[in-house]
Design a protein around this ligand. Structure first.
Ligand code: GLA
Ligand code: ZN
Length: 672
């Protein structure tokens, strides 16, 4: 289903359950929300103790009153299931709901997100709660979306999870011999004699079987997704028909979000870029990539479920957002395909861990407050550009960022145990494309490559089953493929390919990777263009290759492999396959990818040269393209976006763009 709300959702997490003793504040919140153009709140995320104060005693009246009052005032609700944190009584009465850590210690009550995903008791408690919420509230016209749980995270090593893991392994491999073969357990004589011996990885137990580690990661992801599916099933069993989401974080090592995305109707996530730390232009590129990961899971509009209106309180240094930053950051989400700008949170909490976390309404409680005024402005912005909502981002370029590859690559001993920089490598490729002003999808190895002209797969260490064939077919029919160092080393079981790497693609790439040199921090090498004076630095990893049919475009400048290929291209079928051998500086990617896109005939959104720190992206609906141009520099830039037959629908154009300013143009596409 493609979830389409009537307009952009604007608002955020609202926790009136922490303010029930303050009736005046609840009233005032609504006034301030309306004034700020807020039309949606996420309600009840951590409210279990107020919803079920004692086992089996449910109190939903307060919530109904709040939903009614919001609705009467034009504010809709994303209604949460409260499974992200449970009441004390439950942990006291049923200790199995609490997690066991990898040292096999059961945790005490406290914090949140720390329940066992396997525990039948917890699953049953959640099922009942969700059914009751669905029965009571799904039909409320003010409820528009189910917000299932909150940022599922973590893992549990309790006896129930161990058994569930054994069952999962058994279902996957059927026999213990097959487990031993796929995990290569003959290493150090760690062969299993039976399934009962299988235990999750632990620093006081098994940590040397990388196949076990990888399957444990897959199991945790599976079990978490299964828990989410069970939550949704409970809502549906009770008759819920409203769409469902669950808010993701970005760096989650626990859940493969490309799998979790399949369980929900619309993807949503929580965006917390570290603005004003390091160059703004780079933060903007990385923040944009995160939105693009979320959009690419379904290739549909997504929701930015949380973002911080002021300074985050959980970071080492809580830096204020400079004037205009929040607007730029919010509109960036829209530019990349979000149908919402939602915050954590509407009103700043009075006590507890998040009492100093930025919010729309400060403890001061009045509207003459800088953050509130900025929020109010953004609410007005979203109303002014309402026609853009539910339009789509179309990309003919993709970068592969794969959760399973990341697990395997980071867990593997060697070639650098002090940082492989996989995510950073993906960010470099992504950034190089984005600086050319093209939309970019960020997909995993399971996705179809059909929609794309150019695909980059940085550090594709593990080829998931079927990936080689997909790449071969893509290049054969004319695609441009870019792969980098440390690719095609192992198969889906983390077993090394025999007979040469990149496994199964040596002919497509036109080379064999022979050895890889890992450099100490601070060391570097150089790459020199074969047909010009261009030269760039590289660090961390230098792959050495033997050419078959590929030709070198760059060679190494230093060390015993000076003069050997450092960047190559091979013609295969109707397409080309590039191989970047080393962790080169960003500039190399920028320059080489610019040329690759030109040669591949990928249309840039703007034809002009784009200054550093200016981001360009676009959304489309049936007959219109909406072009977003954003200056993420803290200083003005000389730039005036020009779009033939384009009309400015937001922001000011002139010779210069102000710091953190946005211009949106629209252009009819009917005669394309
Ligand atoms: C997360 C959580 C929220 C809140 C914010 C604070 O994203 O989902 O409940 O804790 O962080 O930044
Ligand atoms: Zn458990």
């Amino acid at each position: 289903m493609s979830v389409n709300f009537e307009h952009f959702l604007y608002g955020g997490d609202y926790n009136p359950d922490q303010w029930l003793e303050y009736p005046d504040i609840l009233k005032e919140d609504i006034r301030l929300m309306k004034q700020a153009h807020i039309n949606t709140v996420s309600l009840g995320i951590f409210a279990w103790a107020k919803l079920e104060p004692a086992e089996g005693v449910y109190d939903f009246d307060w919530m109904e009153e709040i939903i009614d009052r919001l609705y009467e005032n034009g504010i809709s609700v994303n209604l949460a299931t409260p499974s992200g944190a449970r009441p004390h009584w439950m942990a006291d009465q049923y200790p199995e709901v609490l997690r066991v850590n990898e040292m096999r210690q059961r945790t005490l009550f406290g914090e949140r997100h720390n329940h066992c995903y396997t525990s039948p008791v917890y699953r049953e408690k959640v099922r009942r709660m969700n059914q009751k919420l669905a029965a009571r509230f799904d039909s409320h016209p003010g409820v528009i979306l189910w917000h299932v749980s909150n940022e599922y995270m973590g893992e549990c090593h309790c006896p129930l999870c161990q058994q569930a893991f054994r069952d999962w392994v058994k279902e996957k491999y059927h026999t213990i011999d097959e487990v031993n073969r796929c995990w290569n357990t003959s290493f150090w004589s760690h062969d299993y004699q039976n399934f009962d011996q299988i235990e999750s990885p632990s620093s006081i137990g098994e940590s040397s079987i990388q196949g076990l580690y990888l399957d444990w990661r897959r199991f945790v992801s599976y079990q978490t997704t299964d828990f989410c599916r069970a939550e949704i099933a409970a809502l549906r069993e009770a008759g819920a028909v409203k769409p469902v989401t669950t808010n993701m974080l970005y760096k989650s090592p626990w859940v493969n979000y490309f799998e979790l995305a399949d369980a929900v109707d619309i993807v949503s996530w929580d965006s917390y870029p570290f603005w004003h730390k390091g160059p703004e232009s780079q933060t903007a590129v990385n923040a944009g990539m995160r939105h693009d990961v979320m959009r690419s899971m379904k290739r549909e509009p997504f929701l930015m479920m949380e973002s911080c209106p002021g300074a985050m309180s959980w970071v080492p240094i809580s830096k204020l957002k400079r004037p205009g930053m929040l607007e730029a950051s919010s509109l960036q989400a829209i530019a990349h395909g979000s149908d919402s700008v939602l915050y954590f949170q509407i009103r700043k909490g009075r006590g507890g861990y998040e009492k100093l976390h930025g919010a729309v309404i400060d403890h001061y409680g009045k509207e003459d407050d800088r953050t509130y005024q900025e929020c109010r402005q953004i609410g007005a912005d979203l109303e002014a550009i309402g026609q853009i909502h539910h339009s789509k981002v179309e990309a003919s370029v993709a970068v592969i960022y794969d959760w399973e590859n990341r697990w395997a690559l980071e867990a593997s001993a060697g070639p650098r145990n002090e940082g492989m920089y996989y995510r950073e490598a993906v960010e470099k490729s992504y950034g190089a494309f984005r600086r050319q002003g093209v939309n970019v999808d960020v997909i995993d190895m399971t996705k179809s490559l059909e929609p794309y002209r150019v695909v980059a797969a940085p550090m594709a260490y593990m080829f998931r089953t079927g990936f080689e064939e997909k790449i071969r077919a893509f290049v054969e029919r004319g695609g441009v493929f870019i792969m980098s160092y440390w690719s095609g080393v192992v198969d889906e079981n983390d077993l090394c390919f025999l007979g040469g790497t990149p496994g199964g693609l040596m002919d497509v790439m036109g080379l064999r990777s022979t050895e890889i040199d890992a450099l100490y921090e601070g060391e570097s090498n150089t790459l020199h263009a074969v047909d010009s004076d261009a030269a760039y630095r590289c660090e961390h990893l230098c792959q050495l290759v033997d050419l078959r049919t590929a030709v070198p475009l760059f060679v190494y400048g230093e060390d015993f492999y000076a003069g050997t290929p450092a960047l190559t291209v091979n013609c295969y079928g109707k397409g080309q396959a590039y191989y970047v051998c080393a962790d080169a500086e960003q500039r190399l990617y920028d320059d080489v990818y610019a040329q690759i896109l030109r040669e591949a005939g990928v249309r840039r959104i703007l034809e002009q040269e784009i200054p550093d720190g200016v981001a360009v992206s676009s959304r489309r609906d049936a007959d219109t393209e909406y072009i977003f141009v954003q200056n993420f520099n803290p200083a003005p830039v000389t730039f005036c976006p020009e779009v033939p037959d384009g009309e400015v629908i937001f922001g000011e154009t002139g010779a210069r763009m102000k710091p953190f300013s946005t211009v949106i143009l629209e252009r009819k596409t009917t005669d394309e």
